[in-house]
Design a protein around this ligand. Sequence first.
Ligand code: ADP
Length: 397
Amino acid sequence: MKILVVNCGSSSLKYQVLDMTDESLICKGLVERIGIEGSILTHSKIGADKFVLEVPMKDHKDAISHVIEAIQDKEHGVITDMSEIGAVGHRVAHGGEKFAESVLITDEVLAAIEDCVELAPLHNPANILGIKACMDLMPGTPEVAAFDTAFHQSMPAESYIYSIPYKYYEQYGLRRYGFHGTSHKYVAEVAADMLDKSIEDLKIITCHLGNGASIAAVKGGRSIDTSMGFTPLAGLAMGTRSGDIDPAIISYICKKEGITVDEMNSVLNKESGVYGMSGISSDMRDIKSAAAEGNERAQLTLDVYAHKIKAFIGAYIAEMNGVDAIVFTAGIGENDPLTRANVCRDMDALGIILDPEKNETREQSVISADDSKVKVLLIPTNEELMIARDTLAIASK
Ligand code: ADP
């Protein structure tokens, strides 16, 4: 079966087609500037040149119809008829407490995703537009929703309840949800394969370090804690997001700077993290270059970034009463030996020893020293494959 995986943003849409007979990626693409002047679709058939289409696309339905044309195109396409697409998998940001796994999309499921819009006002509406567009244009093709939050629904209450009045949880669903669940689940499963052990017998800490970053404690294949919270603002320092800070800072800065709470929220989401600390860039590559040239604030940024990850690793080792493997994934986790080295430095007392030579890689591999009790692994994430696997399993039922 071939599966179309769709990831909709407010004005963009990423897609992939996977052939699930061997789980191979056969094409992928990106539509940008949906509903804005200059809409553009970039389509790549694996092993062929990119194909670029610039036509006005007024909404997500327009965009999906061009995707459908592109994947059937005589020259750049990968299928001859849409009936070859057995199912569509959608990445959905927030499933609240309603979804602990991927599900077949029905009218009730769609309504439940709509109920979660309040929890993810920027992301769920775009996801819903994508789902509805596919329903209209591909009637009869099963559609599956894979939620960023689902994997973390296994967390115990002690991990997800905030120490604020309990009524806010009851009234507003205010609790830790966690995100990047598809990625944490995928790399944890690959880690178990690499260690040739059953995931049920393993304690794994997964570090997803991209523009957004989160870390998860995966015990026996289930997420038991994660750093992102009610929103993806919590936890680690990120490209432009603050991660955890003293909550009293918010009212303090609002008063000092005469800004509103919404403006402060924007500061914490868009002007903080690596960008805010360094004053240089949100891109880790720029921070590394600046630090290498002697920029002290860039060096401080690298130090804070690693310090926060280390602190979570320590906490999760305590929560799980040990750890068998630590996984690094996503843009920084996969491509930056320096961050991995900074995080793992001076952790030999916890049985974590990185091998400096093995660490100089970008391939899926074990990067810890032979005498490291805890295995350190580099595993490129593949959220689309995970979504396609879930979609295949559900569509085949
Ligand atoms: P997103 O969360 O947007 O999916 P990615 O997982 O693609 O992000 O990660 C993007 C980040 O990866 C960039 O901000 C960049 O800092 C980082 N990155 C990519 N390549 C390198 C590298 N060679 N060294 C350090 N950081 C890198």
